[in-house]
Design a protein around this ligand. Sequence first.
Ligand code: TEU
Length: 579
Amino acid sequence: MTFTREDAPWWTTAVVYQIYPRSFQDGDGDGVGDLRGVLQRVDHLAELGVDVVWFSPLYRSPQDDNGYDISDYQDVDPLFGTLEDLDEVVAALHARGIKVVMDLVVNHTSDEHPWFVESRSSTDNPKRDWYWWRPPRRGMTAGEPGAEPTNWGSFFSGPAWELDEATGEYYLHLFSRKQPDLNWENPEVRQAVYAMMRWWLDRGVDGFRMDVINLISKVVGEDGSLKDGPVTHGALGDAGPGTNNGPRLHEFLHEMHQEVFAGRRESLLLVGETPGATVEDAVLFTDPRREELDMVFTFEHVGLDHGPGGKFDPEPLDLRDVKATMARWQAGLQDVGWNSLYWDNHDQPRIVSRFGDDGEYRRESATMLATVLHLHRGTPYVYQGEELGMTNAHFTSLDQYRDIESLRYVEHARALGHASEDQLLAGLAAMGRDNARTPVQWDASPNAGFTTGEPWIGVNPNHRTVNAEAERADPRSVFHHYRRLIELRHTEPAVALGDFRMLLPEHPHVYGFTRTLDDVQLLVLGSFSGEEQTVDVPDGWDETAERVLGNYDVAAALGGGAVTLRPWEALVLRRRTSG
Ligand code: TEU
């Protein structure tokens, strides 16, 4: 069943680039990135060599969660431009051989979407059942603390239910109160979503990145009831068991496939965002015979440094855990299905600051991390600025933050009095989503070439040295390293399709694996350390191996069955196993 050179889909050799429009490039001087701005930078993407661009939401939105709260799925928010601007951007990307994937946010809408406005207007409105409306808990009065229909906490702190005074009922919002959850049990909802998706495909886009798609099916009792979740810490319960990977999820995805993608599947890219999914779930989502998705985003590797108090209570990373997780996903999807590969996106801190060294060894660690990731089997995703080695924001005061998740978290943590102000700030500085949302650093000028106005969020002061112009001028830069990695995936079939075998699983500082396709074998080594590390190499690898890629001018030499790697060194070698 595993893909072969003959039948492998196009996206097995593709690299995807994520644009978070509000921080990419401002074209009109209002301090917010937009589509005219993207047009100024399409050649950067072409030079990098990416095959696909995924746009975080551009749709009309009150911007409560930076566009993940959509009030019109079939229009562009004026902040970003117009539908005609988008057509122009799509045409400019297509002209450079780059496909375009839209974010699809259909677990929830904005509370300002006309569907929700109607739904909330009365209990007998025809769209009432398009969302999750429930009366207060039995025996309790609406508005009383604890009267919410279930004890579920939202992803953004506080209860996942909001009381609507007009009808005295609560609606479910797994994210902010301005992001009510759609009721996928209702076939009219599903048909409305499918029609909207067909409209976008007919307009010329090439696929979808499906936001929290594994939350669309909720666990509903025969009587329509939803159940409390286990209470782990605090007073609220975990919504996961009642909302994550629900009983009808695969049915809905297959139905979507038939209603929207049938007959045009081959040219599209369908990737699901699936927090909490296991590798067994991923096999089901991505087995081509099941006709659901092409690949999903795992969250396991980006949860390994979360501490007992959650993501804002981080713990030091143990590299062995990363290797164990990645090896499990590689093995689980070796014969059936496919992996997505990512370190960064708009929800995660910058990888060079998180797993690397964003000081002395910024270039070395950023290029090493990229090498290790891109040489896995799967489709790599590059988040804007990652190819420049951009770092965390290193904000030091609360007024620098913009993200609703961070701001709500601080509000709730203060109310509970669990953490000191210093602890709160340290948590945000390490893990806050704004780390990845500062403007892309194009040059050394005052606003990094991002805007002529006042940027909506602070530009990282290190743009004076870390920027695209400087990166482009330096052949050893992070940018040129990403360019070479992308080219390698396009030209060396073993990168896309080779079998994966993890080496050195117990080594605390060195990541190593081989990729094998027919008689070609690649050896990939990456040091997660600022000290020299000497490790054994497998039989058959010696100084005759061809050096494919590295991040030092002269690569570490193999000899006597071992190799000594310098700080954050990365190495890719190739040999023939026969003849
Ligand atoms: O993210 C869903 C998700 O599970 C997260 O990673 C979440 O944003 C948060 O970081 C949990 O701590 C998606 C989008 O990528 C995110 O930007 C949106 O805020 C969210 O869905 C709601 O649409």
